[in-house]
Write a protein that binds this ligand. Structure first.
Ligand code: T5A
Length: 208
């Protein structure tokens, strides 16, 4: 049985990942693939409980290391119960965020540094990185306008200050420069139609 492909979506707040995930799933299904969708933090009942704790504004400020460890606790659950079994069955896994989000938000945004995140990654998912990561890069201003436009209450991360979100964006772009083969940067400031065109081009180049 050929192992499935592990595809992740990344980006700052309001980058358009949820919108892009639907497009990518359709593209894969049209090519006869079986697709398992997941998200992080979350993906399993226990990991969704950790997600609630992490995103709920009532949680308040967390020690950055506590926040990072909770992200990796949720990730381990998702990996062991969802991601690994699906890949082993030959299904493609499409995950809304994975360890690049920890590199960007906790490594960059919370200033814990990339090395610490990479050490935890080596413990929690040794030898596993996504086959393809689409980084939807959006300016902080545009992303926050989109989040506000949705009319839902802001979660704990969406309430962050601009300088935090700028560090997150910079850390994502640094990671993309370090791993150009795996991480494709999509200019998500553009119109929905143009973003879709860029995503399809990336899928055709990397997955066909
Ligand atoms: N986190 C996560 C960490 O800190 N560390 C970690 O390790 C992990 C895994 C998770 C939070 O946890 C943090 C990061 C996050 O803050 P989340 O739900 O994954 O939360 O992240 P969000 O960014 O909050 O996801 P959202 O679902 O809110 O945003 P999306 O999916 O990026 O954006 P989407 O598709 O909902 O689009 C937002 C709005 O913009 C419109 C859409 O229609 C929608 O209304 N839109 C566009 N409008 C114009 N032009 C375009 N190109 C558009 N694309 C989308």
């Amino acid at each position: 049985m050929k192992r499935g492909r592990f595809i992740t979506l990344e980006g700052g707040e309001g980058a358009g990942k949820t919108t892009a995930a639907a497009l990518i799933e359709r593209w894969l299904l049209e090519r006869g693939r079986t697709v398992v969708r997941s998200r992080e933090p979350g993906g399993t009942p226990a990991a969704e409980k950790i997600r609630h704790l992490l995103l709920d504004p009532e949680t308040g400020e967390l020690d950055p290391m506590t926040e990072l460890l909770l992200m990796f606790s949720a990730r381990r659950e998702n990996l062991v119960r969802m991601i690994e079994p699906a890949l082993a069955r030959g299904d493609d896994v499409l995950c809304d965020r994975f360890t690049d989000a920890s590199r960007a938000y906790q490594g960059g945004g919370r200033r814990l540094g990339i090395q610490l995140v990479n050490r935890l990654a080596a413990l929690v998912h040794p030898g596993l990185e996504p086959d393809l990561t689409l980084l939807l890069d959006v300016s902080v201003e545009t992303g926050m306008q989109r989040v506000a436009g949705r009319g839902k209450a802001a979660d704990r991360f969406e309430q962050s200050r601009t300088d935090f979100l700028e560090r997150v964006r910079a850390a994502y772009l640094t990671q993309a420069r370090l791993e150009p083969e795996r991480i494709v940067v999509i200019d998500a400031d553009r119109s929905l139609a143009e973003v879709e065109r860029q995503i399809i081009r990336a899928l055709e180049r990397c997955l066909l």
